[in-house]
Design a protein around this ligand. Structure first.
Ligand code: DGL
Length: 274
């Protein structure tokens, strides 16, 4: 039994999981939301790394050989160290993949003005990961970033329908477009943000494309598995989806069912809480 592990600090990774399960319905999946410690976005590098590594170890203990960090903050702050230090130390063939590189790889297909906006958590923006990764693939693209530190807390608290959210969305988008008026493509570089997509669109200038990561990451994973047939062959199939949360099962089931678009039944796991 070797399901694919999908991880996020909370509910956001469900937007990626939904796209992956739509594209690759044959595989089994475990989803873990570390809701008890979310949001990760304003936490230090060390803390995000420690929490993420702990969750990755939990996936390994469940038999996962492949884990997707469906979280930009964890991808920005923990992925490289996990790939370069922790996995080699484990001496195993286990793989951990993130969401930043696949998004950076395709962003050039969307922009005509070569001016791209990136919306993310404080952690993702301050890491500079998108600026570096996009520059690697497309040296001609200008990247403008805006941190939106209150969007994830609204979603994690179940307040995403609150009118107060609109105030912050409008303000953060104004700050993004104050940096450059020719931005024609805005990347939702936080997997929680598609849950606010309708509201974000309301405040976007006309003609600007809004890009969510779910379909991009799903395509990238399908391509990765095509290029690694031995890994693909080791994955268990049957289309089972099992959900875990570090916080309240009742809250998770209520919100996840709305976000995932089908009924979600969850189990609780306990990790060292700080
Ligand atoms: N979904 C996570 C991301 O993509 C949210 C981060 C957080 O927990 O603040 O960055």
């Amino acid at each position: 039994m070797c399901p694919i592990g999908i991880f996020d600090s909370g509910y956001g990774g469900l937007t990626v999981f939904r796209a992956i399960a739509g594209k690759l319905p044959q595989y089994d999946y475990l989803y873990l939301g570390d809701n008890a410690r979310a949001p990760y976005g304003n936490r230090s590098f060390e803390t995000v790394y420690e929490y993420t590594l702990e969750c990755v170890h939990w996936f390994f203990s469940q038999g996962c050989e492949l884990v997707i960090l469906a979280c930009n903050t964890a991808s920005a702050k923990a992925l490289r160290t996990i790939q370069q230090k922790d996995l080699p130390a484990l001496g195993s063939q286990k793989r951990v993949l993130g969401v930043i590189r696949p998004s950076a790889e395709v962003i050039g297909r969307f922009t005509k003005t070569r001016s791209v906006g990136v919306l993310g958590t404080k952690g993702t923006v301050s890491s500079g990961s998108y600026v570096t990764e996009i520059r690697n693939f497309y040296p001609d693209i200008r990247v403008y970033q805006q941190a939106c530190p209150l969007w994830v807390p609204f979603i994690e608290n179940g307040d995403y329908r609150n009118d107060g959210v609109d105030y912050y969305i409008q303000k953060d988008l104004e700050q993004l477009f104050a940096q450059a008026t020719d931005i024609d493509t805005v990347l939702l570089a936080c997997t929680h943000y598609p849950l606010l997509e309708d509201r974000i669109r309301k405040y976007l200038p006309a003609g600007v494309s809004l890009i969510a990561q779910g379909p991009i990451v799903a395509d990238s994973l399908a391509d990765y598995l095509r290029r690694h047939p031995e890994l693909a062959a080791s994955l268990s199939t049957g289309g089972r989806k099992t959900f875990f949360t570090t916080d309240s099962v009742a809250d998770f089931e209520e919100h996840a069912t709305q976000f995932f678009g089908e009924e979600v039944k969850a189990q609780h796991i306990h990790l060292e809480l700080k």
